[in-house]
Design a protein around this ligand. Structure first.
Ligand code: TXA
Ligand code: MG
Length: 355
């Protein structure tokens, strides 16, 4: 495409009206703008402009059958995109607890939502982000903003303006640069068109927190735990994004799942690959890095006791894997509890194999 991609620096906490206006004008004209959210950077277009939305798929190289999340700045804006008012009470309950924040609610779509956004489904994913820049951008545009993560399809999601630049420079009109993202993994996707609600993608809001508000355990779609695998289809996929291999660096990752004798298993897997003459790198928790005492190229994921910190840096760390210049990276799995489920969903899908 060869567009000149602008970078607009803004104050991430209190973006000024004038700082955001150039980006708002681009969106109004049907252009593409990347912007920070609390989860990851999004690649935004006017959600009600089908031609603008079509350009998102082109810029990302995104499969046409993978629907986009629509971002709103108020609950009224969300209502205006809903096709079944019977879903409002549940949306209200969840929105009161988690909006603005990292929760996407899949609802029946109103007729005005373009089919390009929903990829032909009769549902639409809605989310009110909490990042001040994202909220202000939508508010100033006065229209909902469709936005997938602002990466080229298949690679880790971007959590800094630099990541967006690496992936999309020359392909989009601009990047609103507002620092690093806090949550680091994408939003939780919850389908509320079915009873009980179904968790399609684990993310920033934990299943435990959802269960508290819903008053019952959340049902987790099995694709949310297991990795996508084209070789073994495990039934129909409700969230189209879940069927694609994703988040994968070029260097193959071998994932050692958490469990008993974990550190010794890491050591064995490393040894087995070294015996084949391979250069091995590590992506492990701080505790395991210390316990292993191996002199290998190593990325530390953060402390096991703080899964939020591991989540925040996960995509940055996955992007750094190829810089280790090794033949294979042995990665450590963490506990599925809390935000750990979201971390493990990403790691399992990034991994070539699990042991
Ligand atoms: O945190 C996030 O959710 C970020 C930021 C930018 O908001 N966005 C994001 O978008 O991660 P994306 O496009 O990378 O992922 C959207 C996920 C995909 O797995 C997609 O299949 C699913 O949400 N999704 C969207 N609409 C859906 C629908 N109507 N039904 C089921 N799944 C849907
Ligand atoms: Mg994505």
């Amino acid at each position: 495409m060869g567009l000149g991609t602008h970078i607009w620096q803004v104050d991430p906490e209190r973006p000024a009206y004038d700082e955001l206006q150039p980006a708002v004008q681009v969106l109004r004209g049907g252009g593409l703008v990347a912007f920070p959210t609390e989860t990851v950077y999004g690649l935004g277009a006017d959600a009600l402009n089908p031609d603008a939305v079509a350009r998102i798929f082109e810029a990302k190289g995104r499969p046409q059958d993978n629907p986009l999340i629509v971002h709103v700045s108020s609950r009224e804006m969300a209502y205006s995109l809903m096709g079944n008012s019977a879903e409002r009470p549940l949306l209200d309950r969840l929105a009161r607890a988690f909006w603005p924040g990292p929760l996407t609610l899949v609802v029946t779509a109103a007729a005005r939502v373009p089919r390009r956004v929903t990829a032909g489904l009769d549902t639409v994913g809605l989310r009110m982000p909490s990042h001040p820049v994202a909220l202000a951008l939508i508010e100033q545009l006065g229209r909902p903003v469709a936005a997938p993560s602002a990466n080229r399809s298949g690679v880790p999601s971007p959590t800094s303006p630099e990541h967006v630049w690496e992936d999309l420079k020359g392909r989009i009109e601009g990047i609103v640069a507002g620092g690093d993202c806090d949550v680091g993994v994408e939003s939780t996707v919850l389908d509320i068109t079915v009873t009980p609600p179904l968790l399609l993608r684990p993310g920033g809001v934990t299943p435990e927190a959802l269960a508290d508000v819903l008053g019952c355990p959340v049902v987790i779609d099995r694709h949310a735990r297991a990795p996508a695998s084209e070789k073994e289809p495990i039934g129909p996929v409700r969230s189209p994004g879940m069927k694609y291999r994703h988040y994968a660096p070029r260097t193959p990752i071998l994932l050692v799942e958490a469990g008993d004798g974990h550190v010794e298993r890491l050591r064995e897997v490393v040894g087995a690959h070294q015996a084949e003459g391979k250069r091995v790198g590590l992506l492990v928790t701080d505790e395991s890095a210390l316990a292993l005492q191996l002199d290998l190229p190593t990325i530390r994921m953060g402390p096991k006791s703080r899964p939020e910190a591991i989540a925040r840096d996960l995509f940055r760390n996955l992007r750094a894997v190829d810089k280790l210049k090794v033949d294979v990276v042995v990665a450590e799995g963490i506990d599925d509890a809390g935000v750990g489920l979201a971390v493990m969903n990403r790691l399992r899908r990034a991994a070539e194999a699990r042991v």
